[in-house]
Design a protein around this ligand. Structure first.
Ligand code: PRT
Ligand code: ZN
Length: 296
């Protein structure tokens, strides 16, 4: 394995994952200076650089060691891994909570769906031949996989396929092409991935630092700080009503012996119903605040 002092992350140059990937890294405190050709971003705040590429190139860049990490759809990573012999050469460090979609089989709307067996002997167009081939094998169905690099959804209308296997998020593209979604083969979202073995030089420390910050950012996104005052006598009841909060901090209030102040970080949103239930139990002065940074 090559040694380098700077960690290099591959991210999509343009497309669905480009902006959320850059935003996430920015929230981890990474600042970059972009090269004139706009393909490389030099990390100014940490020794972490970005390579801006097509998403399909990311698995190869990780496998060859050119990049240490990549932000890529699990669909692209798994498709590449299935196309290589033997064990998967990648490691998923974190799932990132954006780029969600599913790989599904779709048929013309006027063809009734009875189950995977009906695909036997049919032609299925896809850009994901390995994921589709793997699923067909597991289902015990022998079909012809027609590999296309794009515009898969028009293949049935062109007569080049009987069904398609493509990514779906809202379903609007399928509907616009008079197709119906049937079986879901694979659920995907963006992940932070790397080679199976982590770098052991300075880059290993940078990776750990980045993961710590990332965990803070990902947790914070879903977290709220809840502050309230509770009657001492109702403390245990109110503590049980806290939505998704572990171990609240309880402090006494100067000049108010019957009440305590309570604050807790809650996982997920705190609804009006949650607040009303706590109010009924005696809580007052309730405040819900977004959390900006969190370091465990
Ligand atoms: O140029 P480059 O190769 O980098 O980009 P690309 O065109 O290959 O990729 P891009 O930007 O379209 O998608 C990048 C990644 O986003 C994918 O690999 C997925 O992990 C993820 N993603 C999430 C999606 C979708 N949702 C998605 N809906 N990728 C593609 N689609 C397409 C789908 O193929 C279909 O054409 O959008 C259409 C369906 O969308 P709906 O909303 O109409 O169902
Ligand atoms: Zn692509």
């Amino acid at each position: 394995m090559s040694t380098r002092e700077r960690l290099r992350i591959a991210v999509q140059k343009s497309g669905r994952l480009a902006e959320p990937s850059r935003d996430l890294l920015a929230r981890c405190g990474l600042k970059f200076r972009q090269s004139r050709d706009k393909l490389f971003c030099f990390g100014e705040s940490l020794a972490v650089d970005l390579l801006l590429v097509r998403d399909d190139d990311i698995p190869g860049l990780l496998a060859s060691g050119v990049c240490d990490l990549g932000v890529v759809g699990r669909n692209v990573l798994t498709e590449d891994a299935l196309g290589r012999d033997g064990a998967t050469p990648f490691r998923t460090w974190r799932t990132l909570g954006f780029g969600g979609c599913r790989l599904s089989i779709a048929l013309p709307q006027d063809v009734p769906w009875t189950g995977p067996r009906q695909l036997a002997g049919q032609r299925i167009a896809t850009s994901y031949p390995h994921l589709l081939g793997d699923w067909l094998r597991r289902e015990g169905v022998a079909a012809t996989v027609v590999t296309l690099s794009g515009s898969v959804e028009i293949a049935p209308r062109l007569g080049t396929a009987d069904a398609i296997c493509d990514l779906v998020s809202s379903g609007a593209t399928l509907a616009a092409n008079q197709l119906q979604e049937t079986a879901v083969l694979f659920e995907s979202e963006a992940v932070l991935a790397g080679a199976a073995t982590a770098p052991v030089d300075e880059r290993g420390d940078l990776l750990q630092l980045l993961l710590r910050r990332l965990d803070g950012v990902l947790t914070v996104r879903e977290s709220r700080l809840l502050m309230l005052q509770a009657p001492r006598s109702a403390l245990s009841i109110i503590a049980n009503l806290l939505p998704g909060c572990a171990s609240p901090t309880v402090t006494s209030i100067e000049g108010s012996p019957d009440y305590v102040a309570l604050h807790a970080v809650c996982n997920g949103n705190v609804s009006w119903q949650d607040l009303e239930a706590m109010r009924l139990a005696g809580a007052r002065s309730m405040l819900v605040l977004p959390v900006e940074k969190l370091l465990a």
